[in-house]
Design a protein around this ligand. Structure first.
Ligand SMILES: Nc1ncnc2c1ncn2[C@@H]1O[C@H](COP(=O)(O)OP(=O)(O)OP(=O)(O)O)[C@@H](O)[C@H]1O
Ligand SMILES: [Mg+2]
Length: 241
């Protein structure tokens, strides 16, 4: 059971953002995706979430081919992406952010608010984070709680693979540790997680594998037990170890 991207290339005008990149993610593992600014990380993850159609390459989820460049197809295959800005609506409570665009309604079109609230609160309470009410507007939540709200939205609908773009940037050490525990919990529950990050310490703490992009090419993939900080820095900076 895995997500598989093979031979992905994507050009933007003069820039070859991705060149023949392979990437896999198994259920229950956390893979770090690292690389310098402009290395192609976000572009690769947008291919994985269907937001960007590659010029060439193939995409399969759990052995089934997925039509590249189709966000609905990727989501139906179980892949969800959390963007760096989290794309939360600050004026709405967590519960409505979780159900945004897929609200539960009665057959007369009324919102089934109680049911949505119980579902969202159940997800949030499942995390080891200091609890908060899903009826509070997300604009009033802490950075860590906002991250939890966004994660709750991404896993609330049975997704099996989650892409997190810089989930721990702009968080205090405490909130970062909480988010790290949540991500570990997602993996233990069988979800495959890709964590795009510039934070090598956190990547080394929680990822079992790490993939390094350099100027659009895959510089290397390493098991975390099989690499060093120095090797990762060389891969990131020079594109080779
Ligand atoms: N929509 C676009 N149009 C034109 N060029 C783009 C577009 N998206 C990305 N690029 C270019 O493709 C390359 C890879 O960009 P990408 O955003 O994937 O990098 P990144 O690794 O996510 O960088 P960062 O760490 O800064 O987020 C860059 O040179 C970027 O300028
Ligand atoms: Mg990026």
């Amino acid at each position: 059971m895995a997500v598989e991207l093979r031979g992905i290339s994507k050009r933007y005008g003069q820039v070859l953002a991705l060149e023949n990149v392979d990437f896999t993610l198994e259920r229950g593992e956390i893979v770090g995706l690292v690389g310098d600014n402009g290395a192609g990380k976000s572009t690769l993850m947008k291919v994985l979430s269907g937001a960007v159609r590659p010029d060439s390459g193939s995409f399969a989820v759990d052995g089934q081919p997925v039509n590249p460049g189709n966000p609905i197809g990727a989501r139906e295959a179980g892949v969800e992406m959390l963007y760096q800005d989290l794309s939360l609506v600050d004026d709405l409570p967590t519960v409505m952010n979780v159900f945004l665009g897929r609200e539960l309604t009665t057959r007369f079109g009324f919102l089934r608010f109680g049911e949505m609230r119980r579902h969202a609160q159940g997800i949030v309470d499942g995390f080891s984070v200091r609890g908060f009410s899903v009826t509070q507007p997300v604009g009033q939540l802490s950075g860590g709680q906002r991250q939890v709200s966004a994660i709750a939205r991404s896993i609330g609908f049975g997704s099996r693979y989650v892409i997190l773009d810089e989930p721990t940037s702009a968080l205090s050490p405490n909130a970062r540790q909480e988010v790290v525990e949540i991500i570990s919990g997602l993996a233990r529950s069988g979800i495959g997680v890709v964590m795009v990050s510039h934070d090598l310490a956190t990547v080394r703490q929680i990822c079992s594998r790490v993939a390094v992009l350099h100027l659009g090419r895959l510089a290397g993939v390493r098991a975390m037990t099989d690499t060093t900080q120095q090797e990762l820095v060389s891969l990131i900076v020079d594109g080779h170890a």
